[in-house]
Design a protein around this ligand. Structure first.
Ligand code: ADP
Length: 351
């Protein structure tokens, strides 16, 4: 297993686009580059693969500096969105391809191809043609083809984007299982936060070429570093607040309507008078009595999610989303309600 170090890596395109990342991917880790389209995910992945040269900085696999090394010498396995399989070859021939180009003899190829197909749950499909497979199966062939060469590093570029929702969930679990079992260090690119949360050991959240946070899914969700992260990961009410008073265990802030909230201290310096933002997850809010409420407003939207419903409650000053179990209170559209924090804690973020 090998770590990957992106040592102050920067790519500057002639267009002026500037993409930067300074991070280390631990050996055996599944590390996700997550962000909206155009934030620089593919560029970073291509720099790790060797298809794009960084403008400055170094890339290391373990202790080995690979910055100037050609892609075919880096020992990476790649899985792409569009599978990139050979349609005229069988499943086994596709998987064997990488071994052939590495001059591994037929006798040694056979058991390795069989093992790789077993790994991805396609043991009985060796003789099938690619066009006789579903999209999910094709992506598993692509995964088998990437892992059969026992690469040092596995790079995945939006591998599930062409699959429908149900298949996406199944295939992501499959990719995660294969990556963990094979113990390969992996860098995974996606714009889908749910996918990133479900699969990753750690996530780098990017926007416009800059990293906002690198943390575990749990920390990124519960302790977002910035308003962007709070909005991009899951849903959140991000409201402007003013710091009134700082204590060791909590910070007292006031909302625009004057209501006071005491979130825990964030991991950056705060002082009385600071204008910050508060991330309040909809599921931490509930309907309360007027005395316990933080906010009063009218229900303007109700969205039924199955086990829960999400209500939009709006006043003249602001609007909050409230997610509650569908078995509890069910206000009607237009009802006047009080909303308060009923579970969990809000979190202070940089605006
Ligand atoms: P993502 O994968 O997150 O969608 P990309 O890495 O593809 O983002 O692109 C990041 C930014 O860099 C975009 O603004 C894109 O237009 C720009 N970009 C990507 N490739 C090139 C290139 N070859 N030349 C100039 N600009 C590029």
């Amino acid at each position: 297993m090998t770590s990957i170090t992106l040592d102050h890596v920067q790519k500057q395109y002639d267009s002026g686009t500037d993409i930067r990342l300074d991070a280390t991917v631990g050996a055996g880790e599944l590390f996700t580059l997550l962000g909206p389209s155009g934030c620089g995910k593919s560029t970073l992945l291509r720099m790790i693969a060797g298809f794009v040269a960084p403008t400055s900085g170094r890339i290391l696999f373990g202790d080995k500096d690979v910055t100037g090394m050609a892609p075919n010498r880096r020992d990476t396995g790649m899985v792409f969105q569009n599978y990139a399989l050979f349609p005229h070859m069988t499943v086994a021939e596709n998987v064997a391809y990488g071994l052939k180009t590495r001059r591994i003899g037929r006798k040694d190829r056979k058991p390795r191809v069989r093992a790789a197909l077993e790994q991805v749950g396609l043991a009985g499909y060796a003789a099938r043609r690619i066009d006789q497979l579903s999209g999910g199966q094709q992506q598993r062939v692509a995964l088998a083809r990437a892992v059969v060469i026992a690469p040092t590093v596995l790079l995945l570029d939006e591998p599930l984007s062409n699959l429908d929702a149900k298949l996406r969930e199944e295939t992501r679990a499959e990719i995660r299982r294969v990556q963990t079992e094979a113990g390969i260090t992996a860098v995974y690119v996606t714009h889908d936060q749910a996918e990133a949360m479900a699969m990753s050991d750690r996530i780098a959240v990017l926007d416009a070429g800059r990293v906002h946070q690198i943390d575990t899914p749990d920390t990124v969700y519960h302790c977002p570093a910035t308003a962007f992260v709070a909005r991009f990961i899951g849903r959140s009410n991000v409201v402007p607040v003013r710091v009134e008073h700082v204590e060791e265990q909590s910070v007292r802030v006031s909302l625009s309507d004057g209501a006071a909230v005491t979130p825990p201290p964030p991991n950056f310096e705060v002082a009385a008078g600071d204008e910050l933002a508060l991330s309040i997850r909809p599921e931490t809010l509930g309907f309360t009595t007027p005395e316990d409420g933080l906010f009063k407003g009218r229900v303007s939207v109700r969205e039924f999610n199955g086990a829960t419903s999400t209500y939009t409650v709006a006043s003249e000053e602001m609007s909050l989303q409230v997610t509650v179990s569908d078995s509890g209170t069910r206000p009607q559209l237009g009802d006047s309600v009080s909303v308060g924090i009923t579970a969990g804690r809000p979190w202070l973020v940089r605006p």
